[in-house]
Design a protein around this ligand. Sequence first.
Ligand code: NAP
Ligand code: ZN
Length: 367
Amino acid sequence: MAIQTNEYPARGYAATSPESGMAPFRFNRRGLRDNDVLIDITHCGICHSDLHTARNDWGRTVYPVVPGHEIVGTVSAVGDAVTMHRVGDRVAIGCMVDACLECDHCKAGLEQYCKNGMTGTYNGKDRQDGTITFGGYSDRIVCREEFVLKVPEALASDVAAPLLCAGITTYSPLRQWKIGPGSKVAVAGLGGLGHMGVKLAVAMGAEVTVLSRSEDKRADALALGAQHFLITTDKAAMRAAGGQFDMVLNTIPVRHDVAPYLLLLKIDGVQVLVGMIDKMPELHTGILLGRKILTGSGIGGLAETQEMLEFCAEHGIAPEIETIAINTVNDAYDRMEASDVKYRFVIDMASLAEGSDPLGRGASAAL
Ligand code: NAP
Ligand code: ZN
């Protein structure tokens, strides 16, 4: 395979330690391999996983880390053998940039569960040269063409970005568990993932209840299409709702007891954990003997992600976003941690270049 040796200088934001916060960072993107696409990034969503990684919540962060896996941009160059994308196309990248594409899981369209391990968009290890991948808080990215999705015409780039993680991570389990008209779905945690879970489940025809700690989100939950809103600290209300749901989609990003959510399920109902919470507190198996299913789900495969983008375009579904300049990303992290975001921050990448000198040398006002 021919590899261009001329790398692409890139600028972005990186964390250099769990306590450092995010700061301007310069680095190089690899020269294009035959099947690579170069993308000028216009927007990148901020996922709670970015914060977990920047702060090393899961103990496996390699620093410096450039987070960001809700990426939208425009193709600006393609490798010699690229057939799927052309210069000028509006495209997107989610949480993975590579996988073996040969194992059973990959062949079944479940690249996120690649038996040989998918390559994360950031903090992943490149399969060919072993370098650590850098994510979307930057002006450009190089990615193998199969892992680049097409953004449907009807979706604006800023609102398309959060679909690449928050959208697919909630769409996939809803599809897997065949949610549709007549289903009762509860979504736990009304944040980036949760609010997409509500919109998607409603569009699929389900009756949706939001389970939240925050009374001030009640009106929003109903405006998003949920029929019911339950405060999780209200024990009597939680008890009264027991045994009703086909599915609880649990997006809570901290260690917590999942038993109260299992009790909400009907027989054969399923609680899908998508929040990354490390270890769970102990769970009494007696709860599961009521034929409750406890499972998890990780993002979605490539074809399913493309399908989700088309579904959102067709149904007019877009996340609720707050667009920010990249130099406010630390503030955005603090606000996300305090559940003070309605409901996804999206970085407008033009803010990275503003105030910079045209040759890209030295510190800039915006950085
Ligand atoms: P987010 O925007 O911060 O939303 C999380 C929501 O959970 C909050 O808005 C809040 O909702 C609730 N919450 C927050 N702290 C809580 C606490 N201490 N106790 C109970 N509830 C709490 O986060 P996100 O971006 O949606 O991500 C959610 C989780 O999913 C993260 O752990 C992230 O790493 C993970 N994730 C997993 C995948 C996957 O593939 N499985 C993909 C992406 C993200 P209320 O105010 O309504 O209570
Ligand atoms: Zn994410």
